[in-house]
Design a protein around this ligand. Sequence first.
Ligand SMILES: Nc1ncnc2c1ncn2[C@@H]1O[C@H](COP(=O)(O)OP(=O)(O)O)[C@@H](O)[C@H]1O
Ligand SMILES: [Mg+2]
Length: 342
Amino acid sequence: MSLRIAVLRGGRSSEHEVSMASADAVIAALEAGPHEPIPVTIDRESGLWRRDGQTVQLAPKGNGTPELRSGIDGEPIDLVFPVLHGPFGEDGTVQGACETAGAPYVGAGVAASAVAMDKGMFKVFMNDIGIATAKHALLTHARWRQDPAGAAQRVAKNIGYPCFSKPARLGSSVGISRVADASELTEALDLAFVHDSRVLVETAIVGREIEVGVLGNDELEVSPVGEISYASDWYDYSTKYEPNQMSLTVPADIPEQSAQSAREAAAAAFKAIDCAGMARVDFFLEPSGQVLISELNTIPGFTPTSVYASLMQAGGMDYETLIERLDQLGLERAEAASGYRC
Ligand SMILES: Nc1ncnc2c1ncn2[C@@H]1O[C@H](COP(=O)(O)OP(=O)(O)O)[C@@H](O)[C@H]1O
Ligand SMILES: [Mg+2]
């Protein structure tokens, strides 16, 4: 069956450009298949949704099918594919808009998206199911402004140096700093608080970075483990997005037991937050072989050479098949949900 798929791209976060690149690839893959992609660009400043230059809204049509509406004209759609990273896209807000319009969509639902977006909340879930994480302190902007000395003391006592300062709800390494010692803390926190009112200060982990791809709703496919390598100090924005700064090795050359732990933890994390569709789950691997979960991305970077697609490819799934599976999983999830009355 040919589906009319609204591909949401851009969005209001600092990851707007990354989303545009991911969405181009998704659109190209959809064009090669039986479905009809309908690109909808979300303006970075205004948040307006645009289709061919016209402002559109996602709305229920009245007969149970959703449509993209511009004025009194409507264009029916079967599925929404949000290819948005960061706040107002990956965090449950756009997913909520789809729910209220009755539109099936690809990927995680409202709650899972919100939990995965918030690194502090995600850790609460991980600790609950016994998956190890790096130690952290959560600071609010209000508390930092009120008592910076107290906050600095708490960091020195509970976390120590070096540490990482990061906005709770962002991605692509935006707003993150490695903090070598106490003299660098204020600058690092001020930067992080530009992006979010909640900031994590985390023990700096010495270790390798490994990632796992997950695909499915109830039955999960878990990819082989990949290792990210780079020459820079840490995996910052330019290392992520400038050409040839990072390399991915799949399968990672790591002890079998660590690989097994990471794959099991990735599936357990996915289930614990009630994720759906896809996720890229990132870990640190310590020299001892211990695996610490770092984060779960519900809409990972999505070009054919992005880590998620490469991991799934190593597991035997090509990019176009991956997109098709995600479409079907989105429809299946909506179908299953329609059987329940809240
Ligand atoms: N606690 C930590 N110890 C060591 N490196 C870290 C730590 N936290 C973050 N980093 C580095 O910063 C990068 C980005 O951090 P991450 O928490 O994954 O945020 P983002 O969501 O922006 O990717 C990581 O890939 C890693 O290189
Ligand atoms: Mg990351």
